[in-house]
Write a protein of this length. Structure first.
Ligand code: BES
Ligand code: ZN
Length: 872
């Protein structure tokens, strides 16, 4: 491995005040010309200026001191590795103000970063838009700049574009005039931005339609869609116009720009990007068609819009001082997006979904030895890319949720408001936020939170009880939770753990609260009848797992069957037990028995989490010869709810019923439930023949079912549907399930399809991932495919976070020791800097899977056999 030179931030002897930037993209040759005229401040005499710059050719550069003579730069020294350039001047630039002028050219690349081209077709013709994605460190690919979040400046942007194209940037247009040198072009000038970080600058040049509205606080909101699809922007427009006043009220700070545009970009690596005033989205994160979009897409759009708009304050107005504090941006936005969606769509019961989507995901990752603290030192761009992960997002959001609960909404808002006012148009660090919240609440916020953000991992809370008369005495202790099971660590870390406790008398109400700041403690709870149960962590808010004594656990389990435990607590309990089983702390058979207690479960999210864990177990058992027995278990568990729901929605049903039906039918179909398979095939046939089009919510489960039990004709039909699909949502829906096809030669066809022109580059990952996640054969084939096509894949994503996602989806499911060694050795010779930690995490997971299989497979097999034979 090459030794990394220590990373150094830019010198501060010259810094920008304003960027005057003119860009002229060529949508045919895929190049652009740029002119920068930056007002800079020289704080110390120097004869060189160091800036960030990558994949750009500087033609000329000069410096004009205010009221002085122009000095031409005599050399441009590119430090490609560091993505920097040093402009050398023949004489000293004196302390004071001046203007830095640089002419440069670059390429509109196809890597979905920097200033890049995005492909679309219009009336059968292939065309390109020019768009930007600068976070984290790619503004330097569009213009030479001081590309660090704390070096803020104002921007005056001018775009020179074909006159029939839409040109957008962060601010509103202030002038539009013909371009003197070419009649077919216009010069579009945008208003000066507020002082801001480079990673939030954006421009888009292309063909789009839009829908427009005003939010109640007077901001013009537009949603830009592909031509002819303006209707599909209406849902996001409604969410955005509701969300802006919600945040204005929550933060007590108005949105500071006159307009905000939300735009769907065809080729887009992330889900969405919060550029100030011009938020870019994948098409599937913004566009909703009333007929052809399913409930989960609607929910996704609402969450993403809520997330990116939150950044307009938290991130854009107040920005992290350095990428070490990225989690503050992403963790906070990933928390408040739920608050916002809960406000706009209470019927989504979105907070319960948070627990399944973010909280448990974060706990799983953070239990690994190869996790990392939320706050982590980063320098080189590849290290920055690496931390856009579930720790920054989901653990970040989870500890903020815990903190919000610990502080209470009123003081939390007070502190947030103080923070935003104090640091608006500036930069802040994690400590700054703690200080404001500490002031507002009078609680020891920094001390509590440092234990969660500066050390990795989380505790398992071990609880036992004794009844003393009418009192219940709890013994509570904490130790680090490790995915591989308990260890006897000498210097075991401690957390400051806010713990709330409830009893069966009122499962939704906290009876006692403590702050556990030592290894163990005793808590006395008065007036608890001996037959009442005690539950730790009601609402599943605290970021920890719980290990109850067997008596306490026994008393809680009936609360699953009779639904007296809250949905979120039924979910949390099941999820804790599942992860304890994986860590070898209880037997997997015990968890299977608990799962059987969920037969009467009505709640979508509880089912969804259970289903996900059963998916993990099913994937593990695909390494055995009794895989079919766990399918039978799944069928038996899901049949009653499937029968109850049926195939067709009834009047009065809502969002969650639609989600639940899709989940259950998909699960039954995949597990080979006969009646479901037959009905899925019948409905699929009618759909394909155009007799009865499948409702959007039934498409995924039906496609999955017919493919899982399908042949080459099924695959052909699906690929045809894919080709015909006009909406990216439908294409993605199909792409994600293609991997379910069982025959090896067809699996190969799906893999080749993943890299074909038919699949957008950002979606290739989910096609390959779908193959790997579907079967034992698929897993092997996908891994081989990734190895065989490594160069192309790596080149396509240039490091980036998509490569990490691809690796995880492809290898995480292996359960044989030697595969961990194989994966490790492959990535030793095929370097992916931004995925280093992911590779280590995957290898750790493979070993954990293998250990789990060795430990529990026989018992699971016995249990699955025994439950089939009726007792005599
Ligand atoms: N700031 C990110 C976009 C981003 C992600 C930039 C990765 C660079 C690298 C944006 O705010 C974001 O978090 N987007 C999420 C969607 C969100 C709803 C979780 C994404 O892209 O997945
Ligand atoms: Zn974000």
């Amino acid at each position: 491995m090459p030794e990394r030179r220590p990373f150094v931030r830019l010198p501060t002897d010259v810094y920008p005040v304003n960027y005057g930037l003119r860009l002229k993209p060529d949508l045919v040759d895929f190049t652009f010309e740029g002119k920068l005229e930056a007002a800079v401040e020289v704080t110390q005499g120097t004869n060189q200026i160091v800036m960030n710059c990558a994949d750009i050719d500087i033609i000329t550069a000069s410096f004009v001191p205010d009221g002085g003579e122009e000095i031409n730069a005599t050399g441009f020294n590119y430090q490609n590795e560091d993505e920097k350039v040093t402009l050398c001047f023949p004489s000293t630039l004196q302390k004071g103000s001046g203007s830095l002028k640089i002419d440069f050219v670059g390429e509109l690349n196809d890597k979905m970063k920097g200033f890049y081209r995005s492909k679309y077709s219009s009336s059968g013709e292939v065309r390109y838009a020019a768009v930007t994605q600068f976070e984290a460190t790619d503004a330097r690919r569009a213009f030479p700049c001081w590309d660090e979040p704390a070096i803020k400046a104002t921007f005056d942007i001018t775009l020179i574009v074909p006159k029939d194209r839409v040109a957008l940037s962060n601010m509103n247009v202030v002038d539009r005039k013909p371009y003197a040198e070419d009649q077919s072009l216009v010069e579009v000038k945008f208003a000066t931005t507020p002082i801001m970080s480079t990673y939030l600058v954006a421009f888009v040049i292309g063909e789009y339609d839009f829908v427009e509205s005003q939010s109640s606080d007077g901001v013009t909101v537009r949603v830009y869609t592909p031509v002819g699809k303006a209707e599909q922007g209406k849902f996001a427009l409604e969410v955005a116009t509701k969300t802006l006043p919600f945040y204005k009220d929550y933060f007590s700070v108005p949105y500071p720009l006159p307009k905000i545009d939300l735009i769907a970009i065809a080729d887009f690596a992330a889900g969405a990007m919060e550029n100030w005033g011009l938020v870019t989205y994948r098409e599937t994160a913004l566009l909703i068609d009333p007929k052809n979009s399913c409930a989960s897409s609607r929910q996704w759009v609402a969450l993403v819009v809520g997330h990116e708009l939150a950044h307009q304050w938290f991130g854009n107005l107040v920005t992290m001082e350095w990428w070490t504090h990225l989690w503050l941006n992403e963790g906070f936005a990933s928390w408040i997006e739920y608050l916002c969606v809960d406000h706009c769509f209470p019927e989504y019961d979105i907070w319960t979904q948070f627990v399944s989507a973010d909280y448990t995901r974060a706990l799983d990752l953070d239990a690994l030895d190869n996790s990392h603290p939320i706050e982590v030192d980063v320098g080189h761009p590849s290290e920055v890319d690496e931390i856009f992960d579930a720790i920054s997002y989901s653990k970040g959001a989870s500890v903020i949720r815990m903190l919000h609960n610990y502080i209470g909404d009123e003081d939390f808002r007070k502190g947030m408001n103080a923070y935003l006012l104090k640091f608006q148009h500036k930069n802040a660090s994690t400590e700054d936020l703690w200080e404001c919240l500490e002031q507002a609440s009078g609680k020891p916020i920094a001390a509590v939170m440092n234990s969660w953000t500066k050390q990795m991992g989380f505790p398992i809370i071990v609880v036992d009880q004794e009844q003393h008369g009418s009192d219940r005495v709890l013994k509570i202790s904490q130790k680090k939770f490790c995915a591989s099971g308990p260890r006897n660590d000498e210097d075991c870390p401690n957390w400051m753990v806010p713990i709330s406790i409830c009893t069966s008398e009122d499962p939704s109400c906290t009876k006692t609260k403590i702050l556990l700041d030592q290894p163990e403690t005793t808590v006395n709870i008065t007036n608890v009848a001996p037959d009442h149960w005690i539950k730790i962590n009601p609402g599943t808010v605290g970021f920890y797992r719980i290990q109850y004594s067997s008596a306490m656990l026994e008393s809680l389990l009936p609360g699953i069957r009779d639904l007296t435990l809250l949905p979120v607590d039924r979910l949390g309990l099941q999820n804790d037990l599942f992860s304890l089983a994986r860590a070898g702390m209880i037997s997997t058979v015990e968890v299977l028995k608990v799962m059987e207690a969920f037969v009467n479960e009505p709640n979508y999210t509880v089912w969804s989490d259970l289903s996900c864990n059963l998916g993990v177990l099913s994937s593990l058992l695909s390494h055995t010869d009794f895989h079919e027995d766990i399918q039978e278990f799944i069928r038996d568990l899901f049949t009653p709810i499937g029968m109850k729901l049926g195939w067709d929605s009834r009047t009065g049903e809502g969002h969650l019923d639609a989600l639940l039906r899709g989940l259950v039918l998909g699960k039954l179909g995949k597990a080979g439930h006969k009646a479901t398979l037959e009905e899925a095939r019948r409905r699929f046939r009618e759909h394909v023949e155009g007799k009865q089009i499948l409702s959007a919510d039934l498409r995924s489960p039906v496609y999955l079912t017919v493919l899982k039990h399908g042949d080459s004709t099924t695959l052909d039909t699906m690929l045809k549907l894919h080709k015909q699909a006009d909406m990216q949502e439908e294409k993605n829906r199909i792409e994600r399930v293609l991997g379910a096809i069982p025959a090896p030669d067809l699996i190969q066809r799906v893999l080749n399809f993943a890299l074909s022109e038919e699949v957008r580059p950002q979606d290739t990952v989910s096609v390959i991932g779908g193959v790997a996640g579907s079967s034992k054969q698929g897993r092997k084939a996908a891994w081989k495919f990734v190895k065989d096509n490594w160069e192309e894949l790596h080149n396509r994503y240039q490091g980036g976070f998509l490569i990490s996602r691809l690796i995880k989806l492809t290898v995480d499911g292996f359960a044989i020791d030697k595969m961990a060694a194989e994966v490790k050795s492959f990535f030793e010779s095929h370097h992916a800097p931004a995925a280093e930690r992911t590779v280590q995490q995957c290898c750790e997971n493979i070993l954990l899977n293998a250990a789990w299989l060795k430990r529990d497979a026989d018992d699971i097999h016995q249990y699955l056999l025994q439950r089939k034979t009726p007792p005599v």
